[in-house]
Ligand binder design. Structure first.
Ligand SMILES: [Zn+2]
Length: 284
């Protein structure tokens, strides 16, 4: 890590392996209660990893998980991390109408605030599902009292993406910032540079190069995201998932924890709210 380097935002989307959008057709909501939950122990492993490096992060947490594991929520907060919302039941914003979306984000924020005793300022839509066709979601987020969202991925992808969106933090409604997930821009297009399946698939050196490029060329903090189930190679397999989704979900899970360790030592990391919710004039 070079002195004076930008601090990047480390984010964890707290959901379990059976709640992932790609698995949704094969793991109906009414089966969730019967499935083996592994989120809490995986979050504990992440908390230990971060603690060993004195690193603070933002945990975008599903209300469904928080409700069942309130002590996990308290451990996240006690570790000095930011607790933020990933909605209640991992429904994509693009699958809901305005009233249902508002109910989801309002319920999850109140639940997380009750459990943690802290103000919840941030929201990330499941599967980055805010885009050109549902920008009304920002009206709902502002109305529900959120201060920022990190829900747009400015790339072309089969499940999500808004390739023409601004690449960096910008005010979308009065008092509400959208902080898009990080892309690197070259050869005339945006490339995913912030985690997920790409991070597990690409060699580590490529991911490091992409993030460093954003810090160096764009002079901007990057955002990295991963999920607790991504460090859990022993998770139960969800039956019936098609070949493409199966590949995306399971590729290189066993290498993930080691890659995260390298990422923690190669860059400087912090919480979303501490990096982005400061007056623009004092931002580096
Ligand atoms: Zn998610």
């Amino acid at each position: 890590m070079s002195p004076g380097a930008l601090t990047n935002a480390l984010t964890i989307d707290v959901e379990d392996y059976f709640q992932v959008s790609a698995c949704a057709p094969y793991s109906a909501r009414d089966t969730w209660e019967q499935r083996e939950c592994r989120g809490e122990r995986n979050v504990d492993r992440i908390l230990a990893l971060l603690d060993a490096r004195a690193t603070r992060a933002t945990f975008f947490t599903l209300g469904w998980i928080a409700e069942r594991y309130p002590q996990m929520v308290q451990r996240i907060v006690a570790g000095g991390h930011e607790l933020a919302s990933h909605g209640y039941g991992h429904e994509r914003a693009s699958d809901l109408d305005e009233a249902a979306f508002f109910a989801d984000i309002d319920r999850s924020r109140k639940l997380l605030e009750d459990l943690s005793g802290q103000q919840v300022k941030g929201y990330r839509a499941p599967s980055f599902s805010i885009g050109q066709n549902n920008l009304w979601a920002f009206d709902c987020l502002a109305r529900a009292g959120y201060r920022y969202s990190s829900s747009i991925y400015p790339i072309q992808h089969d499940h999500y993406g808004m390739p023409d969106a601004p690449r960096f933090a910008h005010e979308v409604r009065a008092g509400l910032l959208e902080v898009p997930v990080t892309t690197a821009h070259f050869s005339g297009r945006n490339w995913p540079a912030s985690g997920g399946g790409y991070f597990r698939l690409f060699p580590y050196a490529l991911s490091r190069w992409l993030l460093a490029r954003v810090n160096r060329e764009d002079q901007q903090s990057a955002i990295f995201y991963f999920h607790p189930w991504e460090i859990d190679a022993g998770q139960p397999r969800v039956a019936g998932v098609n070949a493409k989704s199966r590949f995306r979900h399971y590729v290189n899970l066993h290498r993930m924890e080691d890659k995260i360790r390298r990422l923690l030592s190669d860059f400087s990391w912090g919480r979303m709210d501490e990096i982005f919710l400061v007056p623009q004039a004092t931002r580096k």
